[in-house]
Design a protein around this ligand. Structure first.
Ligand code: ATP
Ligand code: MG
Length: 334
């Protein structure tokens, strides 16, 4: 444990985890936990920014997301899982960071801009939502993370984080925070089952890690493909076809995928046959995850004990970081 180089934290999925999360960050997290000291955050404070009127839902999600992480292979012996709201130092650091970023800069953040449009906030946009990149910067830096595995849509958040901590280090003439880099996966972004740019729970186009086999079959059979591929004999479009993007991301048999692509492009391969194959590939991938999920779900008390231990460990390092922050800011009074 001691030799592991860098800490990771920082991305903050809020709801049940889906295949997009897997491609974007979970796969890397599972790999990195052997060589890095990894922090994994259950982002309940973030979830409250657009669910503040439904705290019960947020509370339930904490356990569900913890189960998803454990099911996918985050090993509590190697990684530290913690609850965001139980680390008050994150909120404290956020307050100090807020002086170092302008409202205009937050409004220009491309990820936030897209989300504001997508969620249709309009005039009801809260200050809490607008400033969530600042709180994200705080949860990345409270453990001094240097590497954060995220999907490409999170790049603006990492940039924003570095802007804030550079400013902090310069202004207070202290070397408190290291630069943080994003680790972006090969498949930078997984499309939704509807072919839309991003699989996302808010767009209703997600396949969840906790979906049962029948649900996966149903979702795949309803998937968007090439709308001009009408007769089986018609040549189909592979480029931009979500079915092939999913196969590229989840089928270990690369030769077989190439063969299917060639066949589809030539004509003679029907969507139904192709989708049945994809459903099978996804279910093969998801089955061991479901089994582990069921195992952990049998003892929810144990899951909460894991999360509690991780939270305590995080508080310890968070307290140390805050002490350094306050010393740098000359507000460590005793
Ligand atoms: P959703 O967008 O489904 O409501 P969320 O808001 O809870 O989920 P995000 O913050 O969007 O979660 O994503 C958490 C992590 O997963 C980020 O690193 C993000 O880049 C990655 N991610 C999410 N969806 C996708 C996707 N479709 N493809 C690749 N990476 C993704
Ligand atoms: Mg999101």
């Amino acid at each position: 444990m001691q030799n592991r180089k860098v800490v990771l934290t920082g991305d903050r999925p809020t709801g049940p985890l889906h295949l997009g999360h897997y491609v974007g960050s979970l796969a890397n997290r599972v790999l990195l936990q052997d060589t890095y000291l990894q922090y994994v955050m259950l982002a309940d404070v973030q979830a409250l920014t657009d669910n503040f009127d439904d705290p019960e839902k947020v509370r339930q999600q904490v356990l569900e997301v913890a189960l998803d992480y454990l099911a996918v292979g985050i090993d509590p012996q190697k990684s530290i899982i913690f609850i965001q709201s139980m680390i008050p130092e994150i909120a404290e650091l956020t307050i100090f960071y807020l002086n170092l970023v302008t409202v205009n800069r937050l409004k220009r953040n491309p990820t936030v801009k897209t989300e504001i449009a997508q969620k249709g906030f309009g005039e009801s946009l809260t200050a809490g939502f607008l400033m969530y990149p600042v709180s994200q910067a705080a949860d990345i830096t409270i453990v001094k993370a240097q590497l954060v595995p995220v999907g490409e849509d999170q790049l603006p958040m990492i940039e924003q984080t570095n802007e804030i901590t550079r400013k902090f280090n310069t202004l207070y003439q202290a070397d408190v925070f290291p630069e943080v880099s994003a680790l972006i996966p090969k498949v930078a972004r997984l499309v939704g089952t509807d072919g839309k740019a991003k699989m996302s729970k808010s767009l209703g186009n997600a396949i969840y890690l906790s979906d049962d086999a029948d649900t996966v079959v149903k979702k795949v059979m309803a998937m968007y493909t090439d709308p001009n591929h009408i007769k089986i004999s018609d040549p189909g479009k592979v480029e931009g076809n979500p079915v092939f993007m999913f196969l590229d991301a989840f089928d270990p048999d690369i030769a077989k995928v190439q063969e299917l692509k060639d066949h589809y492009a030539r004509g003679g391969l029907g969507d139904v046959v192709l989708k049945k194959y994809l459903a099978q590939v996804l279910n093969t991938f998801l089955e061991p995850i479901r089994v582990r999920r069921r195992d952990f779900a049998r003892d929810k008390g144990e899951v909460m004990r894991i999360v509690r231990a991780g939270t305590m460990a995080t508080r310890e390092i968070a307290g140390k970081t805050m002490q350094e922050v306050k010393e740098a800011m000359k507000i460590a009074y005793w």
